[in-house]
Design a protein. Structure first.
Length: 482
């Protein structure tokens, strides 16, 4: 077990807001006897890992009535002696308790993630579990929390260890073929090696596909509204938010930079973004920068919405009509020849679904001026497919986003960034090296070097190899009491 020089203290629950209970942790002290003078009961009479109601004392005066729990090493979160004190949740009380032990030099204030750093050093947690805990603590959606829990339980590590076992079988087969080829026989050696390689590459491919599925977009998934100027993006943005957040005007190019707001759909938070409109002529550096930012946002978007006013499509060759979208929204259905204008569109754009705002839509300036009559028929278009009428565009878009999100969760993607990067490196090395049909005839030194490169990457995936910079980055995202 690692030996740290000084005990640390921190509030493990939310600090800064009033709550019923706050939990204060002290870790790394030599003996529980050090705290005898600060509690109304003798700790030698208190059984480990059992919460005991006691008075917390400061110079003989009661500071608070608390629950104290002692976790002796090594059977604690950090692997060190830990004392947990559950106080009333008023921040004033919490700070008084923490300051009491700091001023008495019984502990110092912990840094962010320091408790977990000690747990890792003392082998109470693996690197993958630490990464899972970081994901769990900072998760903004169901998938992040679920994958964080899976990593914390060690389920991801088991998958990576199975891959490592497959690789070690390849390494063993290669070594046998080199050292004992006459005993094993060339045909048998090659056959066994091929079997091990196929199984290894098959499992690696599954991990690779999961790691590259929607890469990076699940941490802060974005719903991006794209379209030409005056298409109705800002009105649709306001409609989804149910507030006038974005300025709406008849003047083209009103939105020159993107505007974003967090919107909760189901149990996940998404970032809804209204982008600057694309146009055929850009008259200033400010407009150019706005369009460039729209480009970047589109490339990283989780859910892409193309907004089209079919009566004012200015540039059929605009690059926004050469992309794939999750949804197309046609606006201004009250304008003359709306259906004819849609049918006349000859665009290369593709989308999973398309809707238009109907005579019953409550969509402000982008919908019809009247809200009476039928909701409208389905419009058939050879390029877009069936275009469904939408009474409530905000709800329709939210349901489309939610459906995609649920479908993607079911595919069990790997979303921890470091894991994605390592799996990609392992895949590239393995594809380049292990696909060689003349593997056993390679130079032995080159063979050994290539095997060592792959093994090093897989070992880092499991967490056998750690880098200080990586750990510093992970722990900086933890709260002080974790």
């Amino acid at each position: 077990m690692n030996s740290f020089i000084d005990p640390i203290i921190a509030c493990a629950t939310g600090l800064g807001t009033r709550s019923a209970i706050a939990i204060i942790r002290i870790s790394g002290f030599a003996k529980i006897d050090l705290f005898f003078n600060y509690f109304s009961k003798n700790f030698t009479l208190i059984a480990p890992r059992i919460s005991t109601l006691v008075d917390l004392l400061d110079n003989g005066e009661i500071l608070d009535n608390v629950l104290a729990t002692y976790f002796p090493a090594p059977h604690s979160y950090t692997g060190e002696n830990i004392l947990e004190i559950s106080t009333h949740g008023n921040p004033i009380i919490v700070n008084r308790v923490i300051n009491l032990f700091i001023t008495q030099k019984l502990a110092r204030q912990a840094t962010a993630g320091e408790f977990t750093s000690r747990a890792l050093a003392n082998k109470k947690l693996t690197l993958n579990q630490v990464e899972g805990l970081e994901l769990l603590l900072n998760g903004r959606n169901e998938l992040m929390c679920t994958q964080g829990q899976r990593a914390l339980r060690g389920e991801l590590s088991l998958e990576y260890e199975r891959l490592y076992d497959d690789f070690k079988n390849i390494k063993m087969a290669v070594e046998l073929s080199i050292d004992f080829l006459e005993d094993v026989g060339e045909q048998a050696a090659t056959h066994n090696l091929d079997l091990y390689i196929k199984r290894y590459l098959s499992n690696l491919l599954l991990l690779y596909n999961r790691a590259n599925f929607l890469k990076g977009s699940f941490y802060s998934p974005q719903i991006v509204l794209i379209g030409e100027t005056n298409a109705g993006k800002s009105s649709l943005f306001n409609n989804i938010l149910a507030q006038n957040r974005s300025i709406v005007s008849q003047e083209r190019g009103t939105t020159r930079d993107y505007i974003s707001e967090v919107v909760t759909i189901g149990e996940a938070d998404f970032v809804l973004i209204d982008t600057a409109g694309f146009r055929d002529e850009i008259n200033s550096a400010v407009e150019r920068e706005g369009v460039n930012r729209s480009d970047l946002l589109f490339s990283s978007a989780y859910f892409k919405v193309l907004v089209i006013n079919p009566t004012e499509v200015l540039d059929h060759k605009n690059k926004i009509y050469l992309q794939n979208y999750d949804l197309i929204v046609f606006t201004h259905a009250d304008l003359p020849n709306f259906v004819d204008n849609i049918q006349a569109l000859n665009l290369n754009v593709r989308a999973k679904n398309a809707i238009y705002l109907t005579n019953s839509s409550n969509a402000g300036s982008i919908g019809p001026k009247t809200i009476s009559g039928s909701i409208g028929p389905k419009i058939l278009h050879k390029g877009f497919g069936p275009i469904e009428p939408a009474i409530n565009p905000a709800e329709t878009i939210k349901q489309s986003v939610l459906q995609k999100y649920r479908d993607d969760i079911a595919k069990n993607p790997i979303i921890i960034t470091r894991h994605q990067e390592v799996i990609n490196r392992v895949f590239d090395l393995s594809e380049h090296f292990l696909s060689d049909s003349q593997l056993l005839s390679s130079d032995i030194s080159i063979l050994a070097s290539n095997l060592a490169l792959i093994e090093k990457e897989i070992a880092s995936l499991i967490g056998i190899i750690t880098v200080d910079d990586l750990l510093s980055s992970i722990f900086s995202n933890f709260c002080i009491g974790k």
